[in-house]
Every structure is written in C-alpha cells, then in structure tokens.
Ligand binder design. Structure first.
Ligand code: ATP
Ligand code: MG
Ligand code: MG
Ligand code: MG
Length: 446
C-alpha cells in the first residue's frame, strides 16, 4: 500500500475522551471511529488488524477439527423463551420488535441458536463429537461501555460449541479448546494465562478465563509467578489424544491462578511468598463446560449406542476478537505508539523514502516494495512528500514492527537501513539482504 493513496486519518492531538493507552493509540493511529457509545467503525488500519486476528483464530480452530459456520446477529426471542434466558438475561440483552410485532434480539451469544441447529439435524451419537464455531458480531448493552473496543456494546467474538455423548468426551473438548486458545494467543504475541473462573450455579471447576496481564485490566488476579514461565511454543499436539490435551491442561492450570471472583486467600498463602503476585488482567477468552443445561431445556438428544435417547453434553468457548486488538496494544506499546507483534501487524514493514522525487531513492523504494510483495509481504510505503521526522513519527505511532529507510546517501554505498520498532536498533545492509532478513522473520507467520 502506498501511503499517498491510503486512508490513514492519524490524529495529532491526544483525544480527551480516551482513558487508557490502547484506546488513545487506536484513535490517534486512525484505526477506529466511535459511531455511538460502545459502537465503532473500523477504519482501514484497524480493520486489517481485526482481520489478522480473525484469521489466526480460524486457523487454530480448524487445526483442531472445529468447523466454521456463520449464524445471524439477529435472533428470534422464541429460542430464548425455550431456554429460559429471554427473561433471565437482563438489561444487557438488546430486544428488538419487527414490523409484525415479533420479538427479536441482537445476539449476545449463541447457545440457543446452535442448539437449535444441532437438534434439527443430528439424531445419532455417530455424528459426535462435533464442534461448530463462528466469528460474528455480538451486542451486549453494557452499563458502562468504555476503554474503546475493550468494553464495547457491539463487539466481535469467536464463539464455539461442542456436542458430545458423554461428560468425559465433553471434557476432552474442553481441554482441546484450552490448547487451541494457548496456541492462538501465543501466535498473537500475547501471554494469556488460564485462570480458574466462576462457573456460577453450575459448580465444579470446569471454566477458565484467559487473562492478559495489564495495569488497565478490569479483573484483579492472583497467581503464582511460576506460571508466567510456561510457554506452549511450537510443540506438536494430537488434538484427538485425550491424554495429550489433558496433560496440557494440567501443566497450565496446576499452579495457583485465579481472578477475584474465585480467589481463595488460604490456598494462595500456600504459594511461596516470593512467588505470590497480585495484579490486574484483561479477560480475552473463556472456556466453559456446562453439560446438559441447554440440551435438556431444548430437547437436543441423540440416540446412544444402546438405542436410548440421551441429551448431549455441551460446552461453549469464546474469544474476544475485537477486545484483543486493544489488549495487544495494552501489552505492546511505548511512548511513541503501538508496537505490533509480527503475528498481527497490519503491514509487514514500512518503507520510508527520505527524499521523495529523487530518482535513485524512488526507484529503490519501488524495487523493495515489489520484491517484498513477491514473497507475500505487504509493505506500507510512505511515498508522501513529507519531512523525514514526520514520516518516522507516523511509522512509530502505527507500530509496524520493521522499517526500511531509503535515502540517496545510503544508496551511494549500496545500503538501506532496517530498524526494529521494538528495540529501536538499526542496521545498514544491502536491499536484498533486508528482504532476506524480513523473509526469515515472517516465515513462521505466512
Ligand atoms: P466481561 O467479564 O469482560 O464482561 P464476559 O465474561 O461477560 O466478559 P464472555 O461471555 O465470557 O464475556 O464472552 C467471551 C469473550 O468475549 C470475553 O472473554 C471477552 O474477551 C469478550 N467480551 C465480552 N464482553 C465484551 C465487550 N463488552 N466488549 C468486547 N469484548 C467483550
Ligand atoms: Mg460481561
Ligand atoms: Mg467475565
Ligand atoms: Mg467470560
């Protein structure tokens, strides 16, 4: 993309309404525009990041055999009457009436609709296990929408639902989801710690929230510092293996890590004092086993191996796709702007032409731009006739992890400059060498 032809409405001033750094930077970098309270338009740069995150989420779900679908945003109230949630959900549910006086709602989640799809088509245990998911806009009429996309009213969520014959199978689905989530967050450049969460009236410990540590997080968290040393990394995993998935769950949930909702001071005291941590976190996902709650209420049964009907065991699993954009920025920025991890960056690198209009500089930039595209890396080429300082400031603000600076003086010696946004370190090297280096850096992300 050439910046002269792009739509990147960066702001010079810091918007007064934004209380936290990610919200400020998303507005300043021209990523979003508020449409009304808690509802945002995604401008080109923000939209690219949102799509990247969506892509990673899709890939990791499908790697585990989960099947994508797309359900509508508007739902009929009838299904929610069946489950009993139409009245129970409260004021977060946006109720809508159509011209025929039918009660509708803008879905805050999709347990009812997916259970209805399941019961319409599946009648035998032989179709199990089955996990369906979608990435779709949700609406929750939050009392206090705030912090930009972190607590919106309209927000993008991945929600997945597993259907299994037995509790044991459903717990495997739960563990499998935990593994997919660990992989997803790591690919996004985040550490998200699974913490035991409150399962409400259902009881048991079969729900975990994933939290990204950040001072601006809305949850208070208590954990054993050892947990931050755990990395999933690129280990191979067989998602069908009950033992392998359970082992990962055990590894990542055996140390103390809880939110304020489930915190147990007596248990926390057993963690050696020097490893006890109290901090704040952002909830970026949650996995949940809830058994036959919806299948019983809505008659989602299958014929078991003995011919008898059994209600299926279910769970639901959510990732806050749009919230993640803010969470990544909270975890990765400095006083100049955003620092995108390679896994989500809107462009692989920036190209800054120090002397627009200089034949050699223009030609070298075009050459680099084309060569990067040829290996699947899209650059944002700042081809405007602007001062170098202004170009650098824009690149730093929008946070592309790498910048190639091209100027007549360097070209005389056959070099360009490659700069890391994260460390600020630069090296001079031949244009081909810069391309090779970026190819290596991005190889795991292509
Ligand atoms: P919270 O505690 O922050 O209100 P939640 O527990 O109500 O979230 P879930 O029902 O678990 O949310 O939804 C799955 C994920 O969707 C959450 O982990 C979070 O990342 C995201 N999410 C929930 N509410 C919002 C919101 N208002 N704006 C943006 N993302 C949200
Ligand atoms: Mg909520
Ligand atoms: Mg929550
Ligand atoms: Mg939750």
């Amino acid at each position: 993309m050439r910046l002269s032809r792009y739509f990147l409405p960066v702001l010079k001033e810091t918007p007064a309404e934004a209380q936290i750094v990610s919200h400020r930077l998303m507005l300043r970098a021209g990523m979003i525009k508020q449409a009304s309270a808690g509802i945002y338009s995604w401008l080109p740069l923000g939209y690219r990041v949102l799509k990247r995150i969506e892509q990673v989420v899709h890939e990791e779900q499908q790697r585990a055999g989960h099947i994508p679908v797309l359900m509508p945003t508007l739902q009929s109230a009838d299904l929610w009457q069946e489950s009993g949630r139409y009245d129970a959900y409260g004021d977060e549910l946006l109720r809508i009436r159509d011209r025929h006086d039918r009660d509708m709602l803008y879905g805050p989640t999709n347990e009812e609709m997916i259970t209805d799809i399941f019961r319409s088509y599946v009648s035998s245990y032989k179709a199990l296990p089955l996990t369906l998911y979608h990435i779709q806009w949700k609406f929750r009429d939050e009392v206090r929408p705030r912090f930009g996309v972190m607590r919106g009213r309209e927000f993008l969520m991945k929600d997945g639902y597993n259907f299994d014959l037995t509790k044991e199978d459903a717990l495997h689905a739960y563990n499998r989801h935990l593994v997919t989530y660990l992989r997803t967050y790591e690919r996004l450049g985040l550490q998200a710690i699974p913490m035991r969460a409150d399962s409400g009236p259902i009881g048991g410990d079969d729900t975990h929230e994933f939290l990204v540590l950040a001072e601006t997080g809305e949850s208070e968290v208590f954990y054993d510092a050892e947990i931050t040393d755990l990395k999933f990394g690129d280990r191979a995993i067989d998602y069908d293996s009950v033992d392998q998935c359970r082992a990962v769950l055990e590894e990542f949930t055996s140390r103390y890590a809880r939110t304020d909702e489930t915190h147990d001071p007596a248990l926390f005291d057993k963690v050696p004092a020097e490893r006890q941590r109290v901090a704040r976190g952002i909830e970026v996902g949650q996995i949940f086993y809830f058994g036959t709650k919806y299948s019983e209420a809505m008659g989602a049964t299958v014929q078991g191996p003995d011919g008898k009907p059994v209600p299926v065991h279910m769970g639901s699993h959510g990732i806050g796709v749009s919230r993640l954009v803010g969470a990544i920025i909270e975890a990765s920025h400095d006083d100049k702007g955003i620092i995108w991890p390679e896994g989500v960056t809107p462009f692989a690198c920036g190209i800054v032409n120090l002397r627009q209009g200089d034949d050699a500089a223009d030609a070298a930039c075009e050459q680099l731009y084309g060569a990067l595209a040829a290996i699947g890396l899209e650059a944002l080429y700042d081809d405007r006739d602007e001062r170098a300082g202004a170009k650098f400031a824009t690149m730093d603000l929008i946070g592309l992890p790498w910048r190639i600076t091209v100027g007549p003086r360097g070209l005389k010696n056959g070099v360009v400059e490659l700069t890391s946004r994260r460390t600020g370190e630069s090296e001079e090297l031949a244009p081909e060498a810069a391309i090779r280096k970026l190819a290596d850096i991005y190889a795991p992300h292509l």
